[in-house]
Design a protein around this ligand. Structure first.
Ligand SMILES: [Zn+2]
Length: 241
């Protein structure tokens, strides 16, 4: 029997196939056509990214050292950041190309990993690493907040961006010498009184480079609530500090 709904469905998938043939989706990093399910990177680029989960304990220990926070509860980080690699391309798209879907997508991937790893570990709130309100106005969004929303959609943990704000617009960390980085971020974060009501939070970041920013935030959070359990959820971490 003639079925209009089915026919429309066939037509739409046929049209989507045609569009894909004429304008194939390209890998963001190498610009070759995508032939599989990942929406942003091709298989070759994906396979070159080092997954942090293979060296999880070592990475967590390194994180405690670079953040200067031995009490850091737990961490879930997806990828190792390499200069010129596919992760750098992803971060660039996320920060400067208004590609919001990429933030939500990778947030969901972090959420999936966190859900498996932190099953017995309760987290009360997700706090994205803040950017200064002027930068947020120019960019239109905070990339870490997009990641947090993606994580929230899988874990159900609420995003509480208002708990932490950046009060001073600092220079980009990449343009500052290593010695000045800690000084550069010190005293630039303001923590809401409400943090005292929480037992365990997760700080959400796009990339941990020197650890100076996340370290300053942990210090500021613990100053307000000294027994707070802090977990780090990040898309990536740089190879060397
Ligand atoms: Zn590629």
């Amino acid at each position: 029997m003639f079925n209009v709904v089915n026919l429309l469905g066939y037509f739409n998938s046929f049209r989507a196939g045609l569009v894909h043939l004429i304008y194939p989706d390209l890998c963001l990093h190498c610009k070759r056509a995508l032939h599989h399910n990942h929406p942003f990177l091709c298989y070759a680029c994906l396979s070159r990214i080092e997954l942090v989960k293979w060296r999880e304990k070592e990475t967590h220990h390194l994180l405690q050292q670079s953040l200067n926070d031995p009490h850091l509860s737990c961490s879930v980080i997806l990828y190792r950041f390499e200069k010129g690699g596919a992760v750098q391309t992803i971060l660039h798209e996320l920060k400067y190309k208004n590609n919001r879907e990429i933030g939500l997508y990778f947030g969901r991937l972090i959420g999936e990993e966190a859900r498996n790893k932190l099953a017995s570990h309760t987290i009360d709130a997700l706090i994205p690493v803040p950017i200064h309100h002027r930068k947020r106005f120019d960019r239109g969004y905070n990339q870490s907040e997009l990641l947090a929303k993606g994580i929230s959609s899988l874990t159900g943990i609420q995003v509480k961006s208002h708990l932490l704000s950046k009060t001073r617009n600092t220079k980009s960390q990449t343009k500052v010498s290593k010695e000045d980085r800690i000084e550069n971020t010190a005293g630039t974060f303001s923590v809401a009184e409400e943090v005292k009501e929480y037992t365990s939070i997760a700080l959400v970041d796009d990339v941990i480079t020197t650890g100076a920013t996340a370290g300053s935030i942990c210090k500021a959070l613990r100053k307000k609530n000294k027994n707070l359990q802090i977990t780090i959820l990040s898309l990536s971490i740089a190879s060397r500090n």
